[in-house]
Design a protein around this ligand. Structure first.
Ligand code: HBI
Length: 97
């Protein structure tokens, strides 16, 4: 499936609306770190993110240690950032509301 990579202008515009996310991998990814009360809370969050990833067929690259979850989003099929990453980040942020 071909997915279009965002232009720099699109990328910067979308990023302005994503609180807590930062560019990574020379602009080809976005990343955010989440801290929870304990491991159980962190893993519950990861489980919910996993369900969203499966539903959207768009999967995070992530690291977890105890109550911290580090998520990186990029679109392998596009070789960089796409709208799929922006939409996924917004869905992930909505879990915190
Ligand atoms: N997840 N982050 C990410 N990037 C992708 O390009 C991607 C994915 N999950 C599934 C997927 N692509 C499918 O389109 C297949 O290419 C695996």
């Amino acid at each position: 499936m071909t997915v279009e990579q965002l232009t720099e202008e699109e990328r910067d515009s979308w990023l302005r609306g994503l609180t807590g996310w930062a560019l990574a991998r020379e602009g080809k990814a976005i990343e955010r770190t989440f801290e929870f009360a304990d491991f159980s809370e962190a893993f519950a969050f990861m489980t919910r993110v996993a369900m969203i990833a499966e539903t959207r067929d768009h999967h995070p690259e992530w690291f977890n240690v105890y109550n911290r979850v580090e998520i990186t989003l990029t679109t392998h099929d596009a070789g960089g950032l796409s709208l799929r990453d922006v939409k996924m980040a917004r869905k992930i942020d909505a879990l915190l509301a």
